[in-house]
Design a protein around this ligand. Structure first.
Ligand code: GDP
Ligand code: MG
Length: 528
């Protein structure tokens, strides 16, 4: 441990000597907190692979699977200085200024790398565009126009900027469009809601750290971004505040950040960003001077001022959320993976020969037959526990019962209604010479046949209903067993329909014949 610490401090001083002019981050790590330096540098080596892995997951759009990644999300009201803060951290120029500049989520991945020349790559819409410090701002604007159009609209498709640069902190952050109340010319009327939706989507997950950028020139309690972050992070435990423009409004800043009226759990850092055409080095020097010499600002504790302090804090916060969320993340990914593997196993094997296809087909037929036997004959519903419609034995009994009661309740079956009148009428028309007090057979036949005719449509309708029901069932069973084979699904369905149509026709013919026979006799041999 001791030797590790020593080694790293040496490394830090070497850096210091090596490049006197630069007051960049590594140097200030040494200045501000010598004890942290070894942790930070050894820690960079450890965190890098994790950040790489997270980056890859982000690229795979894992959020679509419902898995959230630990992310530092930059939010703030419009022109509060969000892009300026990111610029200061990365030491590169981003589009900034008045009005809405950031129109798509910008994922910024900072990566420390040893070579003197920075490497900048923009990734969006599956494209990788290499750029450099001078052109990055234009490249971002071009990409933004491609994603969100040339007007002032916004869009939720992220743009990734990878910045590999000497002595930047290893950090990944997402810059979001600033909150704006009033649509300007060319912006849709619901611009506020659109921006709010994007911001909420990013800050709602528990895995997000909210970097709330507040301008020193405003009253924090009136900040819309504070209201939004409070709505998802009531205790403030995952909110860190950066107060920009300390130079513009130094009065009362110390009181504002010590009073903490707005519940910032992770604390405040006051900064002064680059102004105008200053270089990043000049800006850091000016910032350092400002907080050292300004009468009011110098009273603010040094542990909460300056971009280097912010960088260090962010690196720690990032490590904290990653270590907190990683176990759960791994678990969720494994769960998803297992589910997907399971689905994969259930996918059909590749059928390359006629024999393979035939055996797959026979397998489907035999599975379907077994299922139909279970639900239609045995009354075993384990394959469809919740689907009442598929419980065929029970449904068929119900259909039979209802057919029986329809027959009983039909007008023809109600013996009392007009029966005597009908009988008298028929008797009058059946006057023949015959034995007295005996009803002539023709009268009985006429009455009976009239009733049989009255109900003769009912068995035919019943058979029709039963076959329609069976057709639905059989189609569903076949569809289920052949769901992995689309072509087969179409043709088995057609085959089933044809077969059922034939069977149905036979059944109906059979019933019609039976009914016809009943119409001609005065007795029945048919128990049904
Ligand atoms: P965003 O809309 O939140 O991304 O804000 P920008 O980063 O585009 O900044 C808006 C304006 O505020 C720009 O003109 C910046 O130059 C300016 N600005 C940002 N930070 C500071 C600061 O610390 N001091 C001063 N004086 N101006 C700043
Ligand atoms: Mg911006």
């Amino acid at each position: 441990m001791t030797s590790g610490k020593k080694k790293n401090s040496i490394k830090a001083t070497t850096v210091n000597k090596h490049d006197e002019s630069s007051s960049s981050l590594a140097l200030v790590h040494v200045d501000v907190d010598v004890d942290l330096a070894p942790i930070v540098s050894s820690y960079n080596e450890k965190i890098r692979p994790v950040l790489d892995a997270l980056e890859n997951l982000r690229r795979l759009n894992i959020a679509k699977e419902g898995i959230q990644l630990p992310t530092i999300v930059v939010v703030g009201d419009q022109s509060s200085g969000k892009s300026s803060v990111l610029e200061s951290l990365a030491g590169i120029s981003l589009p900034r200024g008045q009005g809405i500049c950031t129109r798509v989520p910008l994922v910024m991945r900072l990566q420390n790398h040893p070579l003197p020349n920075p490497e900048l790559v923009l990734e969006y819409n599956g494209k990788h565009v290499s750029t450099d410090e001078k052109n990055v701002s234009d490249a971002i604007n071009t990409a933004t126009e491609e994603l969100a159009g040339t007007a002032k609209g916004i869009c939720n498709t992220p743009l990734t900027l990878i910045v590999k640069k000497n002595r930047v902190p290893d950090l990944t952050m997402v810059d979001l469009p600033g909150i704006t109340r009033v649509p300007v010319h060319g912006q849709p009327d619901n611009i506020y809601d659109q921006i709010k939706d994007i911001i909420m989507e990013y800050i709602t997950p528990e895995e997000s750290i909210i970097l709330n950028v507040l301008s020193a020139t405003v009253d924090f309690t009136t900040c819309e971004s504070i209201r939004m972050s409070q709505s998802v992070d009531k205790t403030g435990l995952r909110t860190l505040a950066v107060v920009t423009k300390a130079d513009k409004s130094p009065e009362g800043l110390l009181e504002k950040v010590t009073a903490d009226d707005v519940n910032i759990g992770l604390g405040y850092v006051c900064v002064r960003n680059r102004i105008g055409e200053e270089s990043y080095e000049e800006a850091r020097n000016e910032e350092q001077k400002l907080f050292e010499s300004h009468t009011l600002l110098s009273r603010i504790d040094k542990s909460i001022v300056g971009i280097p302090v912010l960088a260090e804090k962010l690196v720690h916060v990032q490590a904290m959320i990653i270590s907190k969320t990683l176990p759960e993340l791994v678990k969720k990914i494994n769960e998803k993976l297992n589910n997907s593997l399971h689905e994969l196993e259930n996918l059909p094997a590749n059928l390359s020969s006629f024999a393979d296809a035939m055996s797959a087909f026979m397998h489907i037929v035999s599975l379907s037959r077994d299922t139909l036997r279970k639900i239609l004959l045995i009354g075993d519903f384990e394959e469809y526990p919740e689907e009442k419609q598929m419980h065929c034995t029970a449904r068929l009994v119900e259909m039979l019962n209802s057919f029986a009661s329809d027959l009983q309740n039909s007008a023809e079956s109600i013996g009392t209604k007009d029966f005597l009148m009908d009988e008298i009428k028929v008797l009058e028309e059946a006057k023949i010479i015959g034995l007295p007090n005996f009803m002539p057979r023709t009268v009985f036949l006429t009455l009976l046949q009239r009733k049989v005719r009255g109900v003769s449509h009912m068995p035919v309708n019943f058979v029709d209903d039963v076959w329609n029901y069976l057709e639905t069932i059989i189609t569903m069973v076949l569809k289920r067993h052949s769901e992995n084979y689309y072509q087969l699904q179409v043709s088995t369905r057609r085959a089933a329909e044809n077969l059922i149509a034939k069977k149905k026709k036979n059944s109906i013919q059979h019933v019609i014949q039976a009914v016809e026979m009943e119409k001609h006799t005065d007795h029945t041999c048919n128990p049904e």
